[in-house]
Ligand binder design. Sequence first.
Ligand code: CUA
Length: 187
Amino acid sequence: MTSASDHAEGAAVAARIERRWTILSAGIVGLLIGMAIFAGIHKATMPQAQVETANPQTLHISGEFIESNLGSAVEADGSVTVRAIGQQFSFTPQCILVPAGTPINFRATSADVVHGFLIEQTNLNSMLVPGYISVLPAKFNTPGEHLMPCQEFCSIGHEGMWAKLKVIDKTTFFKMAADKRRLTCVE
Ligand code: CUA
């Protein structure tokens, strides 16, 4: 038989549990809000600090985007940096060569208007904005070829603006890189 005091005790226990869950849910909501605020502020403040610029007028005269420096370069840490330029209505180099299974860093910019840098069958997609350097880290697991159509309308020749990315065997690439400063697959 249950007495009135049993009922009161049961209600007190229920209230305590309820209170605990209220605090826990409020805590979770608070944590999520905190994370959103942090991510928002982080995103709003970080890109500015990382933005790299390149004067489109002097790309061909000096700096890292001079023609002799375009293409794939092997870095001291074993990664590969690929430098490329988009201009109305082509990419330089027209054929980009990279090794499979290697960290790749694409660094690209535009010499005139906004172009698109997109590598098909991957999630690599960026705008090439004159004045700014687009940096895209990547890694290709298997050898193969990818088309790179310009995906930003850049005037009448847009449809015909594209490049090719060739991913080759790692050993072959590094053998080729040993006696050449910059690699491309432009024939
Ligand atoms: Cu370049 Cu469209």
